[in-house]
Each structure stands twice: as C-alpha cells, then as structure tokens.
Ligand binder design. Structure first.
Ligand code: NAD
Length: 329
C-alpha cells in the first residue's frame, strides 16, 4: 500500500523506513506540511501519514478523499488538528499512536522545569562567554514546593510521580481523578484551587474547546506571585498574549514552553536566516525568564522507534482490512 508521509524530517525517514519494506509498505516521503496546496502530493496514495502541525480540516480532508485517500495515520497521540466530523461524514478512518513514550514527554517537562528554575541556559551562555558571575541566577528549592498538574492522564501521571520523588506536594485537576495517584498522596482540587496554590504548574490535558486558553490573563493572576509554568501539552492551552502580560508585570516568575499557540509556522524548521514575523513569539523569547523548545518533548530514540512501529502497524491493519485498536472513533 502506498502512503504519503507529510512533514517528513530525516529522523522520521530513518525510523519509518527501517520497518516499511518488511511490512510491505511503500512510503512516499514529503517534506512539506499537509495543507490544501500540498494535497496533490498524496495523489495515488490510499493512506496519508501526518503529524502535529499538519492541517486536516474540512477542505483538506475532502480533497484527500476525492483523490482516493481513505486512511489517515497520525504519527502522534493528539488529533486536535483533525476535523473528526468531516472524517465521519466522508467515511475516512483515522488511527493514531496513543502512547509511544510518555516518559519522554514527562522527563522533558522536568528538564524544562529545572532549567527554568535554575537558569541553566543563561548560566551556560555566561560561562561560554567567559562570564563566571552567578548574580541573577538564583533559583528555588523544588523539594517541599507545591506542584500543580492539570491533566493526570498517561503523561501527567508520570510527571506527578517524578515530582513526588522530588519531595514535592503534588496537587492536580482532572475531569477523571486517578485513584492510584490519590493513594500516593496526590490531592485532586478544583482548577482554581490548583492555580492559587501551585508554585510550579504543569499542563498535561488535551486541547479541547473547554481547555483552549485555560491559562488566560485571569488564570495567570490567580497563580502565586513568582510561580513558574511549564507547558509541554498543546500551545493553545495558553493565551500567549496573556503570558506576555503576566511576564511583563512580573507576576509570573517564568514560563517554559515546548509548544506554542502559533507554532505551525515556526517549529521543526530552520528559520535562523529569516525575519520572524510573529511579534508575540519574539517578545516571549526576549524575556530572560522564558524558555522555549521546539516541540521536542517526545523526541527520544525509544519514542521514535515506537512511533514508527505503531504507525506501520496501523497502516498494516488498514491494508489488511482490520479495524485496529488505535483507530479514533
Ligand atoms: P491522555 O489522554 O492520556 O491524558 C489527558 C488527561 O487530561 C486525561 O486524564 C483527561 O481526563 C484529562 N482532561 C481532559 N479534559 C480535561 C480538563 N478539562 N481539565 C483537566 N484535565 C482534563 O493524554 P497524554 O498522552 O497524557 O497527553 C497529554 C498531552 O500531551 C496531549 O495534549 C498531547 O497532545 C500532548 N503531547 C505532547 C507531546 C510533545 O512532544 N510536546 C508529545 C505527546 C503528547
């Protein structure tokens, strides 16, 4: 079966190609993001493989369907960029990779939290520049602090467990509390209470209409002064303009992002020779207490191997007429 693999980088090619031949799949690697203009690149492909910043809205899905595509293999867990109503209307099928390495994402979250709290990137830049002053680099003990976790599913649960290991008080909010975490001492509270009590706050809930701009100006104001926020979930959970305001006022102590509301135009590509047009993003990265990585929380060898194996398995299920366990219903 022929599959067009959109948003392909060399590392995607490496891991997917390793198992494709044996599984009988012909993969057509496309560097472009999937969007209306690039749909023709999937001509003759029964399946399309897409990633987090590909566009799978009504017009794109209709155009793919018209060209003969019947199956969409998301090589990620989230599918907030897929218009499921149109998928159902057209009789398309979508599968995803529900879990590839939740540890990868939870561990990157901890890396961001620690790096932000202890100013690691600034300290490293100073030392490289021959400046060994530690003035302005003071941090806070993580041990004993209250850590708030919004969304304690696959990734949030592991993050919460790691923070328990640091000796933190962990509080959480989720529409479905996790009894095992509660038994380990995690307290579930209404979202406002989590905001008001968290010195460190980490977001791990999905992007849904109900969670869009979960952190807006009102929510930032509820955090304790000096609080540090980490987001490795989805960019639009945070109103980026409101984040700029919260940092400028000094109320928010720091922000670490692996995802950004308008990341699709920036992340995963080299823009170092271009003038970046997103003023909000440029304002954010100009602050000394804002740390941004380019949606790389998932990026470990283990996760890439699992993404490739599950994606090829999902394609095989479709090719052989099975409805696999990873199909989105
Ligand atoms: P999951 O579905 O296992 O867990 C999500 C949790 O959020 C669930 O427990 C759910 O009950 C809870 N939730 C739903 N609505 C909520 C609400 N309104 N308030 C609070 N909690 C709510 O998902 P996961 O695999 O743990 O992934 C979490 C997020 O991380 C997703 O948005 C995913 O897209 C993102 N992610 C990011 C990366 C990365 O590289 N940065 C990689 C993988 C996943």
């Amino acid at each position: 079966m022929k599959t067009a693999v959109f948003s392909t980088k060399p590392y995607d090619r490496e891991f997917l190609q390793a198992g494709a031949g044996a599984a009988g799949h012909e993969l057509v690697f496309v560097e472009n993001r999937l969007r209306e203009e690039t749909v023709p690149l999937a001509a003759g492909c029964a399946a399309v493989c897409a990633f987090v910043n590909d566009v799978l809205d009504g017009p794109v899905l209709r155009a793919l369907h018209e060209a003969g595509t019947r199956f969409i293999a998301m090589r990620c867990a989230g599918y907030n960029n897929v218009d499921l109503a149109v998928v159902r209307e057209l009789g398309l099928r979508v599968a995803r990779v529900p879990a590839y390495s939740p540890y990868a994402v939870a561990e990157h979250t901890v890396a961001l939290l620690l790096a932000l709290n202890r100013h690691v990137p600034r300290a490293n830049a100073r030392v490289r520049d021959g400046n060994f002053s530690i003035d302005g680099l003071i941090g806070t003990d993580v041990h004993g602090k209250t850590v708030g976790v919004i969304g304690t599913g696959t990734i949030g649960r592991i993050f919460a467990e790691i923070m328990l290991g640091f000796g933190c008080r962990v509080i959480a909010h989720d529409v479905t509390p996790d009894a095992a975490l509660q038994a380990r001492g995690v307290e579930y509270l209404p979202v406002d209470d989590v905001l008001q009590q968290s010195f460190f706050l980490s977001l791990h809930c999905p992007l849904l209409p109900a969670t869009r701009h979960l952190l807006d100006a009102v929510a930032f104001a509820k955090l304790p002064p000096g609080a540090l926020v980490v987001n490795t979930s989805r960019g639009a959970l945070i109103d980026a303009e409101a984040a700029v305001g919260a940092i400028k006022s000094g109320h928010l102590g720091g922000l670490a992002l692996d995802v950004y509301e308008e990341e699709a135009e920036l992340f995963f590509d080299d823009h170092s020779s271009h003038i970046i047009q997103d003023d909000t993003f440029m304002r954010l990265v100009s602050f000394p207490n804002v740390l941004v990585t380019s949606h790389q929380a998932f990026f470990t060898k283990e996760a890439m191997r699992n993404i490739a194996a599950t994606t090829l398995g999902n394609l095989t299920d479709f090719a052989e007429g099975r409805v696999g366990a990873n199909e989105v219903r």
